[in-house]
Design a protein around this ligand. Structure first.
Ligand SMILES: [Zn+2]
Ligand SMILES: [Zn+2]
Length: 158
């Protein structure tokens, strides 16, 4: 993704605002398949600074991800701040490429695990049934996960 910086290029200290939609390929982040869907956009400020262009602003993405518990795909929004610099020596013509900076920030902003819903019951580890849709008869689900949580809060028995 390139930004035309003609208007600030010859003026140290000048700032420009730019807004554009992100054209990003689907990617794998922390082992998760992430599909980036429209509309996803960025609002960035570019500052012509000493020796570098400073990029800052925010970006938001619409994503399609998989729930780490039930493995169903769902849509979610991701908003994150962008902060970076591009060395002037790397800049040819009057364009800067912010793809690298954005990719790095996306990688950092994406959580380790997505859950479709805090209440998601996930899959039965024994038969694979999606427990949000239907209970199965496997014994390991006779312990209510909420009770298991409570048990953890109780002081250890001595
Ligand atoms: Zn889920
Ligand atoms: Zn089961």
């Amino acid at each position: 993704m390139k930004i035309d910086i003609t208007e600030i290029k010859d003026d140290l200290g000048a700032i420009m605002n730019t807004e554009f939609s992100l054209d990003l390929a689907d990617r794998k982040v922390q082992g998760q398949e992430i599909s980036i869907i429209e509309p996803s956009n960025a609002e960035l400020k570019v500052v012509n600074s000493e020796g570098e262009y400073v990029i800052m602003g925010t970006a938001s993405l619409s994503l399609e991800v998989f729930c780490s518990r039930c493995l169903e795909e769902f849509e979610t929004e991701l908003e994150f701040e962008v902060n970076g610099e591009i060395d002037k020596e790397e800049v040819e013509d009057a364009e800067i490429d912010v793809s690298g900076i954005l990719a790095e920030h996306i990688r950092l902003a994406i959580p380790m695990k997505y859950v479709c819903n805090e209440e998601c019951k996930g899959l039965c580890p024994s038969c694979g049934q999606n427990l949000n849709e239907e209970e199965c008869d496997c014994i390991m689900h006779k312990v209510d996960p909420r009770l298991a949580k409570l048990e953890k809060l109780l002081p250890d028995k001595e």
